[in-house]
Design a protein around this ligand. Structure first.
Ligand code: FBP
Length: 553
């Protein structure tokens, strides 16, 4: 049966993503070499761990002249959670290496990093690429969370790449996957494997960013999808005037998604995990803060509202942070013994034996549902699956109790009826916005330029991205520059430093100035669905975060 496609998909196939000027002649570029770099912290340790790749300079590209070169075979891996625009990164790599030499080949390893270890791959031909241009999802080769970490993994990767004549491997991933790209690049350089490694910054979470990586791809589209949904709920709340909607938003640790959606929709309450931590707020403080706003709105006969809750909140509430660290260490150091325990009661006894007194007290106070969610299996990078922790439900229950207390004290006379939502998967595979379509294609094409220049251990970097594409700056950033040492899985590890919401940054300050008004008045904004066609001020807008961060630059 012929595969059916929608009219929109057909129209999107025809969309030609825009490239920065430096890449408009092809992936042959002229290179300006910047200063040697150091890591963001723990430089001695990172230097010691990455002797072959540490300290490389930043690179900036301008248009180059076409040269006679030989074909280059390249491998690509999609790693970690889906993010809109992954297919465009791949089509950018494809078109980029073909611009270097028409006989260059692109191989896609299937199912994430495990594909390269197990040698599962397909050759990505023009027909395949054309069927995925400007589409959402990672289904072209699928993704996975396997961690490339052991020497066996590295050796298998090298020999599988070599068998296909692959000279460079592109890892499209978040902070953890790009950390692994750096480890792989180092190992290959140290052992002269003849395979280079390039990273591309992916994650809807928006937490892989710094001076040179201004945003990770997918954040723009995902936030626009969630903001549209939040706007729709706000309209419903205004219409019915009877529900409080508690919306948990994906984003793992950082609250970038929550903050961006707040800027796009102006809801009544938005919790920012980084602020909760900075103010050392305990769970009861968070509950009281939310209850206070609910009471104030009830006094104005508004028993409805919207609250946005970042999914990583619990990891930032100091008492929970300690509890989670202790649970991580127990689960990492007693993995086998813990898995052998048959019932939850036995597991709980085991945990209580190893937790400190304070953490054990907190753990036992929590509803059983939350307890079991806190001990769900960590991903291969040691991350707690925060998307599974029903923080929004926990808050609703605790707020109900608090409002009852206030009622008894004669301080509240409203009605609290709450509905919980979780927005995450709804946005991760949306068709990329024009911004993400252009940015991702440019990141991929630029990765081809780094490969053509024979670089390794670099992340593809496109800067100045709140401006039109002609002003975008293409180049490469050594991955080691973004690294520091953090405790993961019970051990100190070199990792890319996560970019959390900066409380002295322009986006947070803008939000903090206005949130009191948003809390009590109804200043809701309705972003509407992503527009792929139409005037630039509707179809090509960037996130408010990027706009505020780059204002005046
Ligand atoms: P990445 O960091 O891999 O980009 O993942 C993003 C994310 O969507 C997080 O926001 C979320 O917590 C997590 O993936 C959920 O992943 P999974 O669906 O594998 O449980």
């Amino acid at each position: 049966m012929k595969k059916e496609i929608t009219s929109l998909q057909k129209a999107r196939y025809a969309y030609k993503p825009k490239l920065p000027t430096a890449l408009q002649n092809g992936a042959h570029v002229a290179i300006t070499v910047g200063d040697k770099t150091t890591s963001v912290a723990d430089s001695d340790k990172i230097h010691e761990l990455f002797p072959a790749t540490y300290g490389a300079p930043t690179l900036t590209f301008t248009k180059g002249d076409a040269k006679t070169t030989s074909p280059i075979n390249v491998g690509v891996i999609l790693s970690g959670g889906q993010a809109p625009g992954g297919h465009n990164v791949i089509s950018g790599i494809f078109d980029g290496i073909k611009s270097i030499h028409p006989e260059s080949k692109l191989f896609g390893f299937l199912g994430g990093p495990s594909g390269v270890i197990e040698n599962k791959y397909i050759e990505l031909t023009l027909d395949i690429i054309d069927a995925y241009r400007n589409t959402g999802g990672f289904d072209i080769i699928q993704s996975g969370r396997t961690k490339l970490e052991t020497v066996e993994h590295f050796d298998a990767t090298a020999s599988n790449c070599k068998a296909l004549g692959i000279k460079a491997l592109v890892i499209i991933g978040g902070d953890d996957s790009n950390t692994n790209a750096a480890l792989l690049a180092e190992y290959f350089a140290d052992t002269n494997k003849g395979v280079n490694v390039i990273g591309c910054p992916k994650t809807i979470d928006g937490d892989l960013k710094n001076e040179h990586i201004e945003t990770s791809f997918g954040f723009d589209t995902a936030c626009k999808v969630y903001s549209n949904m939040i706007g729709n709920i706000q309209r419903d709340a205004m219409s019915a005037q009877k529900y409080w909607h508690f919306v948990k938003l994906m984003g793992r640790s950082a609250s970038h998604i929550g903050l961006e959606c707040a800027l796009q929709t102006q809801p009544n309450i938005t919790l920012i995990s980084e602020e909760v931590e900075a103010n050392q707020m305990q769970l009861k403080d968070v509950v009281n803060h939310m209850a206070d706003i609910i009471v104030k709105r009830a006094e104005k006969k508004m028993n409805f509202g919207i609250a946005l809750i970042p999914e990583g909140l619990v990891e930032f509430i100091p008492e929970f942070k300690i509890l989670i660290q202790e649970l991580n260490d127990i689960l990492a150091h007693h993995e086998v013994a813990f898995q052998d325990l048959r019932s939850y009661d036995e597991q709980k006894m085991f945990l209580n034996k190893h937790l400190t007194e304070h953490s054990s007290y907190l753990f036992n106070m929590l509803p059983v549902g939350i307890q079991t969610q806190l001990i769900l299996e960590r991903d291969p990078h040691g991350n707690v699956p925060v998307s599974m922790i029903e923080t929004e439900k926990l808050l609703i229950e605790l707020i109900k109790v608090r409002l009852e207390e206030l009622k008894e004290e004669g301080k509240y006379n409203g009605k609290f009826s709450a509905i919980n939502h979780f927005f995450g998967y709804e946005g991760r595979c949306a068709a990329p916005s024009n911004f993400d379509a252009d940015y991702c294609y440019s990141l991929g094409f630029n990765a081809a330029a780094l490969i053509g220049a024979g670089k390794t251990g670099y992340m593809s970097s496109i800067r100045n991205i709140s401006k039109p594409q002609n002003a975008w700056i293409a180049g490469g950033i050594p991955i080691t520059m973004m690294m520091n040492v953090e405790r993961r899985h019970g051990h100190d590890k070199p990792v890319i430093r996560k970019a959390l919401v900066e409380l002295d940054g322009a986006p947070f300050k803008y939000f903090a100035n206005l949130r009191a008004e948003w809390a009590i008045g109804n200043h809701y904004l309705y972003a509407g669905p992503i527009q792929y066609f139409g005037p630039a001020e509707v179809a090509d807008i960037v996130t408010r975060t990027l706009e505020l961060e780059q204002a005046g630059k």
